[in-house]
Design a protein around this ligand. Structure first.
Ligand SMILES: C[S@@+](CC[C@H](N)C(=O)[O-])C[C@H]1O[C@@H](n2cnc3c(N)ncnc32)[C@H](O)[C@@H]1O
Length: 253
């Protein structure tokens, strides 16, 4: 399908950046209020990041900037990039004119010297890439030795079970595309996700020079139970399977 941006024009650009341009306003609004983003992913990432005072942080594929905003509030010097200008416009509205934001693609070389950042964060974006190797190599290059790569991804069991429970026939042991159509706000976009098994993730991290420090299957923030009581009716643990978070340490290769 063609993407349908808010201004009514159409484009044959099938990149994720063009897709997010079509839904930027609606996605930013959803991200600010949804159980998965506002009450689960963002607080879990911030908790994992811990004390970031004075850290120089790169938020890769920062979207509308909710995580970058939190990091900055906690004393980090944060830079963000995204391939969608529309999402960066949303980030700029949130973060102000002095925010350090630029358009770039996760698949390309980063415009930074070696050993620049204390931390790189990439949240819910690596799954738009079939091959993680060049991106992880760039993250490793721009991280200081011993720096952290903090990743939030879709839980591989959740993507596999989600497909099977909805009648799909996907095989867990393979890197496979999944296409969804999202209508958010006035725009519609077709997005292709590259699902993969857990070992493909951890193998890619190891090959790029990262040691796993933490794997987290986080609980939602406490406020989620009051805000979304129906979601927890049949979940006595108060938890659900959705995202998997990693803290990875850049080691010498
Ligand atoms: C699900 S949103 C997550 C945004 C943000 N990281 C967060 O967690 O709130 C995915 C973001 O990844 C961006 N993105 C997708 N593919 C990209 C690529 N190849 N390079 C840079 N950004 C990309 C999209 O434009 C979008 O802003």
């Amino acid at each position: 399908m063609v993407q349908t941006p808010r201004d009514g024009t159409t484009t044959d650009d099938h990149s994720a950046g063009a897709a997010y341009d079509s839904i930027a306003e609606g996605y930013a609004a959803l991200n600010e209020t949804s159980l998965l983003n506002e009450y689960y992913n963002r607080p879990a990432l911030i908790q994992l990041a811990g004390d970031v005072t004075g850290h120089r942080i790169l938020d890769a594929a920062c979207g509308s900037g909710p995580i970058l905003s939190d990091l900055r509030d906690r004393g980090a010097v944060a830079t963000g990039f995204d391939s969608s200008q529309g999402m960066l416009d949303q980030a700029r509205q949130r973060l102000g004119t002095d925010a350090d934001l630029f358009v770039a693609d996760l698949a390309d070389a980063l415009p930074f010297a070696d050993d620049t950042f204390d931390d790189v964060i990439v949240s819910q974006a690596l799954h738009y890439l079939e091959d993680w190797a060049p991106t992880l190599a760039e993250f490793h290059r721009v991280l200081k030795p011993g720096g952290r790569l903090i990743v939030s991804e879709e839980h591989p069991s959740a993507t596999f079970l989600g497909d099977r429970l909805s009648g799909g026939t996907s095989e867990y042991f393979g890197t496979r595309p999944r296409t969804e159509e999202w209508t958010l706000g006035a725009g519609t976009a077709e997005l292709t996700f590259w699902d993969r098994p857990l070992h493909a993730m951890t193998d890619a991290f190891a090959a790029a020079g990262f040691r796993i420090e933490t794997i987290s299957e986080p609980a939602p923030a406490a406020a989620a139970y009051e805000r979304f009581p129906d979601e927890f009716e049949n979940r006595p643990s108060g938890r659900f399977l959705a995202f998997l978070l990693f803290v990875l340490i850049a080691v010498e290769i």
